[in-house]
Design a protein. Structure first.
Length: 392
């Protein structure tokens, strides 16, 4: 497979006829080793060429190109940031080389975010802008369109598969099952979503988001998916972004959105466990089990007992409280294997730190009242800065 900058430059001129390359430099693709990458300087601008190193990266690159192609000129003009544009494709041995526009910008670690940071507002605006794109973009492109029931069913299957490994503690399975049983928690309007948003996809300059990468999971689904990554930061950061996000949205249940974001973030442990089991990776399995053990310890401390499972919640309000009681799982990025990246349903869970204390939700009181709960309700039936980043 071609990998030297000069070889990649030659491929780029094949992919984009007439491309005038005056300089070339190596580029790290987000710290991954999944692509051979180089940035090429032309008289007018810079472009980037990527060649997948393995089948998983090739699959992900294909999905990303589909996502980017769905973003029409009108859609791109509605976004407060730049998005890469595919310029050309050519064969590269047994795989392909893809040339696209290079977006300059730095990266920030989610752990470095603070609730009063200037970036909080741009993050909320960026997420909101994506969610306000018309769903027709996704439909016309033939990309995934998941209903609220689809999202819930997918999560249910993940919990069931995790339970089937025999490694999911009963208290955790009960906790997740309680959340899944709360029907009103899943009564939401799907929106256009980025699908794999996190700090590593945001390009930052002057406390602004100047570019967003990684559109391989672009589709329609649960907006909570694009907010869940913020739970790796301090709880106040998530609350601050959510409050600003809700100001720009057409209503919505803040408490339910917050709870689904927590559930989504927490379910990454199950995905990491399943990845380890399916790839027969004992180290990943042990890592996931350790995370689950820490979650159990935290639940037992909150419950004040060593019981196998806490009492079932009496209402959706109790489910929300239950999810809020347990702090988010903080990120500690670890390397991703190519096989795991190829899985459509799984995403790597990147955490290996103790749980931290969490605070109350800070958001629009009117939105929070949506799931305030009523007496006599039936159980479950109630209504990251590092310079030198760039397009990848």
């Amino acid at each position: 497979m071609p990998s030297t900058p000069l070889t990649l430059a030659a491929l780029a001129t094949s992919a984009v006829p007439g491309l005038d390359v005056v300089a070339v430099r190596e580029h790290s693709y987000g710290g991954e080793g999944s692509y051979a990458t180089a940035v090429l300087t032309t008289p007018d601008d810079e472009v980037i060429i990527r060649v997948p190193r393995d089948p998983a990266a090739e699959v992900r690159q294909s999905a990303e190109m589909l996502g980017l192609s769905a973003l029409t000129e009108g859609a791109r003009s509605a976004l407060p940031f730049d998005v890469p544009e595919t310029l050309g494709i050519t064969r590269a041995g047994d795989t392909r080389a893809v040339v696209s526009t290079f977006l300059p910008g730095g990266l920030i670690s989610v752990e470095d975010l603070e609730a009063d940071a200037l970036l909080v507002q741009p993050i909320a605006e960026a997420v909101g802008a994506i969610h306000h794109l018309p769903t027709s973009l996704v439909h016309q492109a033939g990309l995934p369109m998941r209903s609220a029931d689809d999202v819930r069913d997918d999560a249910t299957r993940i919990v069931e598969r995790a339970a089937g490994t025999g490694l999911l503690p009963g208290v955790v399975q009960a906790r997740w099952s309680d959340a899944l049983a709360a029907a009103r928690l899943w009564d939401f309007a799907p929106t256009v979503i980025h699908g794999s948003l996190d700090a590593g996809q945001l390009l930052i300059a002057d406390d602004r988001i100047v570019g967003v990468l990684g559109w391989d999971r672009f589709g329609v689904g649960d907006p909570a998916v694009d907010l869940a990554w913020l739970l790796a930061a301090d709880a106040d950061v998530f609350d601050a972004v959510l409050a600003r996000y809700l100001r720009g949205s057409a209503g919505g249940a803040a408490a339910a959105l917050r709870a689904r974001a927590r559930f989504t973030h927490e379910l990454e442990v199950a995905r990491w466990l399943l990845h380890g089991v399916e790839t027969h990776d004992d180290a990943v399995i042990a890592d996931a089990v350790a995370m689950l053990d820490r979650l159990v310890d935290r639940l037992n401390r909150l419950d004040g007992s060593e019981a196998e499972r806490p009492p079932a919640p009496a209402s959706v309000t109790e489910v929300v409280r239950m999810l809020d009681e347990t702090p988010p799982l903080p990120d500690d990025p670890r390397s991703e294997t190519a096989e795991y990246d190829a899985l459509d349903e799984e995403r790597v869970f990147t955490s290996d730190a103790d749980f931290a204390d969490d605070g109350p939700l800070v958001t629009d009181p009117d939105a929070a009242d949506v799931l305030s709960g009523e007496p006599g309700s039936e159980p479950g039936g109630e209504p990251g800065s590092e310079p030198g980043g760039g397009a990848r």
